[in-house]
Write a protein that binds this ligand. Sequence first.
Ligand code: MG
Ligand code: ZN
Length: 225
Amino acid sequence: MANEPRLVEVRRNVLKRNDVVARALRENFREAGVTVVSLVSSPGSGKTAFLEKTLTLLQPRYRVAALVGDLATENDALRLARSGAKVSQITTGTLCHLEAEMVRGAVETWNLRELDFLFLENVGNLVCPSSYDLGEELRLVLLSVTEGEDKPLKYPTIFNSADVAVITKTDLAAAVEFDWPAAAANIQRVRPGMRVIQVSAKTGEGMDQWLAFLEALRTPAQTRA
Ligand code: MG
Ligand code: ZN
């Protein structure tokens, strides 16, 4: 107990430092005209499949790249590289989330002006990523139909830190008897007005709406001829 205030303070300082780095990153991204989107979810929600599909569909018309955070393996990065996009792995080791400093280090040698979209796939975890700003413009929280409708109620903080909820694996919804009205109600209860996008990376259902939403994020000033 006696140590608690000190630990709380250490933690607060770590977060403060992260915010400083994240703010500088966001500034760099804006100046370079790159739209940065991060993805958070539990392990197994289909982040990588969704991202692979997104990269593949964007690739013909945009210059896209992805940074993938993973505890140990490079499997996701290798899979994403199949899309033809520039992909780099951030192996976090024992750390269960990405921090702004890791993103900064990964893009340090990149010419960000050569990119239109940059995606940041966070480590599969619905808890601590909520506390770490990565300098992204848009944060997606993914929820697969196989996880159940009550995820937003169990992890309200991450849903609050995100801008858009993406419901994935919709091709399996009927099989698992996914309760769409309950899912929508739970999301709205935690984050009123939150935008919800439904997709199946497998069938491609909903990907056109997602891409239209993504493309609309790029302001005329950011769109190069
Ligand atoms: Mg993954
Ligand atoms: Zn963590």
